[in-house]
Design a protein around this ligand. Sequence first.
Ligand SMILES: Nc1nc2c(ncn2[C@@H]2O[C@H](COP(=O)(O)OP(=O)(O)OP(=O)(O)O)[C@@H](O)[C@H]2O)c(=O)[nH]1
Ligand SMILES: [Mg+2]
Length: 380
Amino acid sequence: MAHTPNPKQQLQTHHHMIKDLSSNFKDTTVKILLLGTAESGKTTIIKQMRILHINGFTDDERREKIPEIYQNIHDSINQLVMHMGLLGLRFGSCTSERSANYILSLPAEAPEYFNEEYCDHVTTLWNDVGIRACYDRSNEFPLLDSAKYFLDNFARICDVDYIPSTEDILHSRKVTTGITQITFRVPVGSGEQEFRMYDVGGQRDERNKWIQVFEGIQAVLFLISCSEFDQNLREDGNQNRLQEALNLFRAVWQNRFLASAGLIVFLNKYDIMERKIRAGKHIVDYFPDFEDFCKRPQQQQSCFDECDWTKMFIKQKMIDITQEQFKRNSRNLCDFSSAERECYYHFTVATDTRCIRDVFSDVQQMILSENMTMAGSTLF
Ligand SMILES: Nc1nc2c(ncn2[C@@H]2O[C@H](COP(=O)(O)OP(=O)(O)OP(=O)(O)O)[C@@H](O)[C@H]2O)c(=O)[nH]1
Ligand SMILES: [Mg+2]
C-alpha cells in the first residue's frame, strides 16, 4: 500500500523542493568590478568591451560624442593658455597672444560649433613654442591625458562633416559619477559565458558608493596609471597621484568584502609613461626609493632601460602591498591570511583595442578557471 504523507509532511516536502530549486539556481553571470583612482582608465575599458564583444558604435552614437570631444579640446586649450601666465611663460608671437586672449574671453563651456575663427585661434596656439613649453610642464597642473591627441588631430575634428572615429571615442574623457554596467557574452568552448562589468567613479567623493556593488563580485579589475608618478590629484593638489593609487590599492586588497574576489591589476597608460621618460622625466625625483630598487640584482636580467625599471618598480610596490601584514583591528579589513590569495598583473594601454583584446582573453580564462569562480560563489 502506498504511503500517503499527511498534509504537514506534504507541505514540508514541497517546501524542501522549492528550497532545492532556489539553491540550484545560480546566476552564472561573471561579475567584474572596475576600481581605481580618477582617470586610471576604467571607462575606457568599458568602451573596449563594447567594441570587442558587442557592436561598437553606430554613426548616431558617434555623433553624440561630439560635444564631449569639443569640451575636451576646449578644456585642454584653456588649461594651457591659463597656465602660461601662472608658470611665467611667454608666447612665441603677438598673434598667439591675441589668440590666447580670444580663448580666455570665451565661456568655460565649449562652443556648440567650431567656427573658422575658433579653429584658427586654437591652431595658432597649439603651434606656438610657448604653449609647447607649457605642455611640457603639464604635469604641474591638471591637463587631460588626451589633450595632445585631440590637438594633434584638431584639423580633422574641425571639419563640418566630422564624425568621431573609434579611436577618438576611446580618447575622449568624461568623469564618471555613480555606477554603470555593461553586460556581454563571450564564446567559451562550445557555449557562451555572460559577463557583467561595473564601472564606478574614481574621484575621492565617488568612492563611498563603491560598496554598493561589492556583493557577488568574482573579480576586481584594479586600474592604476603608471604615467602619473609626476602628477598631483585634481581633488588635492598636494597629493601625488601614484601614491594615492597605491594607498587605494592597499585598501582594496585588504577590504574584507572583496576578500574572496580575484584581483587583477592593469598597470595602465604605460604608453604615456614611456613618452614621459623619453622626454626626460624620472620617477626617482618623486619616489626616491627607486634608486635602491635599481640595485636589486634579481631585476637586472629583465630590465633594459629606464622604462622597464620604472614599470617593474611600480609593480613591485604593488606586490609589496600584497605581502604586508594586515592590521586586524579595523572593521573593514579581512581577517584571514593573504598567503593563499593571488594577484595578477598586466601592463596595458586601455586605448589600444588589440592590447585589451589580448589581455582580456587572459583575464577571462583566469576568471573561468575553477579557482576564481569557486571563490566567487562562496561570497556571503
Ligand atoms: N594614452 C592613453 N590614454 C589613456 C589610457 N587609458 C585611458 N586613457 C585616457 O585617459 C582618460 C581617462 O580615462 P577614463 O577611462 O575616463 O578614466 P576613469 O578611470 O574612468 O576615470 P573616472 O571616471 O574619473 O574614475 C581618457 O581620456 C582616456 O582616453 C592609456 O592607456 N593610454
Ligand atoms: Mg570613468
